[in-house]
Ligand binder design. Sequence first.
Ligand SMILES: [Zn+2]
Length: 573
Amino acid sequence: MRLRNFLYSGVAMAFLFLSACQSPKNESATMLIYGGTIYTVDTNQPLIEAVAIKDNIILFAGSLAEAEKFKTDQTQLINLEGKTMTPGLIEGHGHFMGLGYNELNLDLMHTTSYQEIVAAVAEKVKTAAPGEWITGRGWHQNKWKEMPADMVNGFQTHDMLSAVSPDNPVYLRHASGHAGFANAKAMEIAGVTVMSKEGINKFEVEGGEVMRDAMGRPTGIFNERAEYLITKHIPESTPEKDIKAFELAVAACHRNGITGFHDAGIGRETIALYKEMKTLDKMKIRLYGMLTGWDKELLSEWYEKGPVIDPDNLLTLRSVKLNCDGALGSRGAWLLEPYTDRPGHFGHETLPMEFVKETALNGLQKGFQICSHAIGDRANREILDRYEAAFTALPDLAVDHRFRIEHAQHLHPDDIPRFAELGVIPAMQAIHMSSDRPWAIDRLGEQRIKEGAYMWQSLLQSGIPIVNGTDVPVEPMNPVASFYASVSRKTLKGSPDGGYEPAEKMTREQALRSYTLDAAYGAFEEDIKGSITVGKLADFTIFNQDLMKVAEKDLLNTKVVMTIFDGKVVYEE
Ligand SMILES: [Zn+2]
């Protein structure tokens, strides 16, 4: 791992050397950007007047007068006309194909009642072929204005849904991505209809739950690994659909000013698709893929083969994703003390902790970064323990490991300083605080929320960078909303005054870094992206207003108006 980093630095240094030694007259820019406010996220010169680019590399960053020396008749001129530019934003934790499929599937993200979900499905039934699966995602019962009369463990039951779609199986994933909601037809196909005692036991799933009412009837809710009982019956997507979803995801990134994307958990088929997309020149995004830890055969293959660091900087695969607990909304997050609103329930781990240690050791030996999903304080502690044991066992290989914990939402106060001590990077999606904090306090109670939830400033102060993001499609990919959440700690409706636990707010500089240079660091890529620095890749995001200066109440009016990827304009409003 150290050798590879050194090579990266070497490349960046070579560019620096070239541009320092060659006379400007010999270098001509393919693009010159000027006329606005340009934040570089480079501490040597935080604000500049102009950037000159040659092909896909930054040739010069500084004053306009000097930048113009690189101009020729061929140079494309981009006048920002007073707008604001930053380095291209990096989504630090998302699900790329989930984003694409979200654009293809029934989008329930904005539904505010069970009735609305049922209506959306009823509409879809009209055009669906007989027996065709209806799939969707994004519903969340905590966003509902009113609750249906029949609720089991805080969730709706399937009867209303089943009534509007008697012949089409329906499966609707929860916004958290950790549970799903099936109708009677889907459960019939899966064979989950038996009410006998024996039948019930048949569907006990380790690391998951088939929710049932007092009579033992399944309610339609499938938690964590129990989801597979249903999802294994949903027909695989077609290659044409995959390509369409991929293209929609790329377009969504460009629309949101996203030029780099950390894809948190991909399997064999997705890797094959990405390779094909790259060959077909459709990879207009820099993907940093994490191999899914569910597939042990896939991991063995990659340990054998070793990491792939793409010389074209489009598709790099050098990390492994482990899913270690569930989400807070479905009470799957693994806690040290019971849930405040479900006594005796601690949530659960979704894989054996011994496997985290084994994977951490393999990662160090084979050159892979490990990224473990952990929401609850117990899961976070257990993972830090396993990482630490691996670092101690293999100290020479652990010098620059950059292991991550994805989400790191709820931490025991004792564990907060351990991230910096161990060099473990927290990848935290600020928008989750904004969406979840109003109800998360029901799950955790006041003390745990105040001492250990969404501890951004404490972590940053302790000396570890944070990788930001949205976990799209769990949340919309909008980086402006996540930036606003980072600096305000408010809901998107602007409450409460002063923000939740205001001492944990990020500054705007920290928030911008968490979306650029610090996100690049979380992928060993700070030498090639994340700041507007000579020799780095020419990826930029342009906004309609100065998001570093406008009043907080106006921040959410910030819009991405242009995205430049690999030295080319790929989106313009
Ligand atoms: Zn995720």
